[in-house]
Write a protein that binds this ligand. Structure first.
Ligand SMILES: Nc1nc2c(c(=O)[nH]1)N[C@H]1C(S)=C(S)[C@@H](COP(=O)(O)O)O[C@H]1N2
Ligand SMILES: [Mo]
Length: 321
């Protein structure tokens, strides 16, 4: 992220073809291996085995003005340093990674700490819904993504945070044997992120397990990742292994790597520039005629001011970037 210059923002020709056929997901392979077709399978197990799919669009999170970015761009133009630092790296480099079975640890200052299989978690959350959210990277590009998943607030309720818990810390996968980038010192592994507890309970905060009604591809953070659409993309920790309730504000990876450039809050703010570039506007990936096509003005809180402004009323947003 901070190391790269705009030169690597070129997409491969094949990646620019919109709406190609969806990649067969590992979950589908898993389903097939179970021989579900003929077997008598409880609805709950079926739901769990498929990661909660199919999904239903939640109309409260669809904006007619938002045009979803083609699937191929969303899944081939990625930041996931575990699988390489170029935008085109994660898709091929993560293709053979097997993020299953997957256990999520819920721990720290909460009443119901637990280790839970991701499919059981999705079932406990009542399955998944689809929300169409804006997605803005601190590198000044953006997309519109139809995410499938469940509200983070539901997971917080399942955990039952104690009154001393003020923040949620997310720790992502650490598996250097199978993750090439983690055998190099590009970042301080594992990638960690955090939210204030009230941010985590905001209606917008979401745990994604899918995109466009398909299980989330490895390169986008399988099997579950954080989505906070009013914040820069780096808040969206991919491939989460542990969710911890803590009393003190945790450090987050990009803040550890470059504290003068990346803060804890990471709220999208066109009035607070990155020290090395403007945040006033953004390139729309897949927009317009070319790969990058159009450019548009960036909105405060990425257009979600109504939902989140109250969280930051007493905060100086220039200091707390
Ligand atoms: N584990 C992990 N999560 C991560 C990253 C990463 O390198 N590793 N990159 C972040 C950054 S900088 C961005 S912009 C988003 C990109 O998400 P996308 O590839 O699904 O668009 O993931 C975030 N989550
Ligand atoms: Mo990013």
């Amino acid at each position: 992220m901070l190391i790269r210059t705009p030169k690597d923002w070129a997409l491969r020709e094949s990646a620019a073809t919109p709406e190609k056929i969806y990649r067969l997901s590992h979950r589908r392979d898993f389903l097939k291996s179970l021989g579900v077709a003929g077997a008598a399978f409880a609805a709950r197990d079926l739901l769990a085995a498929t990661g909660g799919f199919p999904t239903k669009l939640n109309p409260a999170y669809r904006d007619a003005a938002l045009k979803p970015t083609p699937y191929d761009f969303i899944t081939s133009y990625n930041n996931f340093y575990e699988f390489g630092t170029d935008k085109a790296d994660p898709k091929p480099n993560a293709a053979h990674w097997k993020p299953e079975p997957w256990t999520v640890e819920i721990s720290g200052l909460c009443d119901a700490p637990q280790k839970i299989d991701v499919n059981d978690l999705v079932a406990k959350m009542g399955g998944v819904e689809q929300r169409i959210y804006r997605h803005r990277c601190v590198e000044a590009w953006s997309m519109v993504i139809p995410w499938d998943g469940f509200p983070l607030a539901k997971l917080v309720a399942l955990a039952g945070p104690k009154s001393e818990a003020k923040f949620v810390k997310f720790t992502t996968v650490l598996d250097p044997k199978n993750i090439p980038g983690q055998r190099e010192g590009t970042l301080d592994w594992p990638y960690v992120e955090g939210l204030r507890l009230d941010e985590a309970m905001n209606e917008l905060a979401f745990i994604a397990t899918g995109i466009y009604g398909q299980p989330i591809p490895n390169q986008n953070g399988a099997p579950l990742r954080l989505v906070t659409p009013w914040k820069y993309g780096f808040k969206g920790a991919k491939s989460i292994a542990k969710i911890e309730f803590v009393a003190k504000q945790p450090r987050n990876t990009w803040n550890i790597m470059a504290p003068d450039e990346y803060g804890f809050y990471a709220n999208v703010n066109p009035r607070v520039d990155h020290p090395r570039w403007s945040q006033a506007s953004e390139r729309v990936i897949g927009g317009g005629s070319g790969v990058f096509g159009s450019r548009q003005r960036t909105l405060l809180f990425n257009g979600y001011e109504k939902q989140v402004a109250a969280l930051y009323q007493s905060l100086n947003l220039e200091k707390n970037y």
